[in-house]
Ligand binder design. Sequence first.
Ligand code: AHR
Length: 510
Amino acid sequence: MLASVGVHTAEDSAAAPAVNRLVIRADQGKTTISRNIYGHFSEHLGRCVYEGYWVGEDSPIPNVRGIRQDVVAALKRSKTPVLRWPGGCFADEYHWKDGIGPREKRPAMVNTHWGGVVENNHFGTHEFMDLCEQIGCDAYISGNVGSGSVQEMMEWVEYLTSDASSPMANLRRQNGREKPWKVRYFGVGNESWGCGGNMTPEYYADQFRRYNTFVKNYGDSRLYRIACGASDFNYNWTEVLMARVGRRMDGLSVHYYTIPTGNWGRKGSATDFGEDLYHATLRRALEMETVVTKHGAIMDQHDPQKRIGMIVDEWGVWTDVEPGTNPGFLYQQNSLRDALVAAVTLNIFNQHADRVKMANIAQTINVLQAMILTDKEKMLLTPTYHVFEMYAVHHDATLLPTELQSADYSYGQDKIPAVTVSTSKDKSGRIHATFCNLNPNAVAEVNCALQGAQAGKISGRVLTAPTIQAHNTFESPQTVQPASFSDFKVQAGGFSVTLPAKSLVALEIE
Ligand code: AHR
C-alpha cells in the first residue's frame, strides 16, 4: 500500500489527490469465478417469502402461479444464479411435509425465530422449485438437522430428486409434479453452533456424517453437499470439520455479517449515520478478507487441491430495523453505503475464487441487505441490486491476477484502502474491471498497466450518489442507479481512470 494520503479528517482526505496503481495480468488467468458467488438467500422471515415472492394466485399483483412477476423479472435481469431456502434459523424448525399438497389443507405453524407469526405453509417445496425455474436459477436447499430427523431429510431428497416408483417420488407425482426437479445444492443444517442446535463442532461433525449417509444420489442426480460451517472468526469449527468430515462434504459454509457499530444490541441505522459509521462499516466489511483468508488457510492444510468449496452462504450488512417495523422482521433500508459494502465484498470473493465457490447475500427481498423492497404492488431496486447487476459480467469469467497499490482512506485513527478492484476476462475475451473508491471526499485516479493485452475500446458504468446515505424510496425509486461513465483514458501500456468519490465503476476493455 502507498503512504497514507488522507490523515484524520474529511477535509484532509478531500484535499489530497489519491495516487493508485494497478497492474492487470491479462494473460495469466487460470481460475474461474463461479457465478454462484453472486447467489442469494431467502428465508421464511418477515416479508421476504410472503409479500416478497409469494402473493398467491388470487392477488391483483401480476403473478404466475402465485409468484409475483416484477420480482422474477428483476432477479432474471441481474442473472441470479442460485437461491438458498428455506433458512437460516427457520430451516432447522421447518418440516417439509407441512408445505406440500393442497394449500388449504397444509397445517399452520408458528415461526418462533422470526416475529412469532403464523406460517401457513402456502409457500413450500413445489412453490420454491417453481420460483427457481421461473428465475432460471439453481436451488440450494437447507435441510433440517436441529429439530428434524434423518428419515425426514432422506425423504425430502427422495421427493425432490428420485424418478423411481418409490413412496416419496409417487407422493410428488400425486401432488402434480411428474418428473424430479434438478436440485444441485443441499445443506445439512444451518448454524448448528447456534440456532440450529447449539452443537459443538465435534458433535456436529458426527451428525453431518450420519445425516449425509442417507442423503442419496438418485438416478443421475449428484448433490453437492454443504456442511454447516463457522461463524466469523471461529477457526476451530473449520479445523474440526475439515479433520472429521473431510472428503464427505463438497462445500463448507461460513457466515459473516457486517454490523455498522460492531454491537449486536445497537447495530446502527441503515440511513441515519455519519462518516464515522460509514468508515467503520466499510472497515468491518473489509474484514471479509481475513475471514476468507484464514478459514481458507485451514482448508488448504486439509485440502490442498481445493476440492472443497468455501460457501459464504450468509453475508451482508445488518442494521437496526426501520423505525416502526416489527423487530422480528429485520426490514432495513439500503443506501449507497450498502452498495459499496457489496462491491468490496464481491471483489474479495472474486479474488478468492479458487476457494470461494458460492456466496449468498442475506436476504433477497425486504430483509437485511436486500436487492428488492416491496410495498404491496410497488417494488423498488436497492443500490445493492445495481451492484449485482453491474458485477454480473464476472459470472463464470476467468479471474485475472492483479496487483493494486491504493492510497488510504482515513477517519480518526482508522484507515482502510480507498480503492479495491477485481478483474476478469469473459468468454469472448473482453476484460472487466470493477473498482470501488470508498473515499467519500476525494476522487481516486488509478493508473492501470495492462500486461498481455492492449486496451482498445473502453466503456464504463458508475454507481454513486450525492451522499453516502442516499437510498431509493417508493416515492423516489431511482435516486441511486447506474449511469454511463467515461472518465478514463487509454494510454501507453494500459489506461487510467478517475473514480468519483464514494463510487463503484465497472469498465469493459476490448
Ligand atoms: O439471516 C438472518 C439469520 O441470520 C439467519 O436465519 C441465521 O442463519 C443467521 O443467524
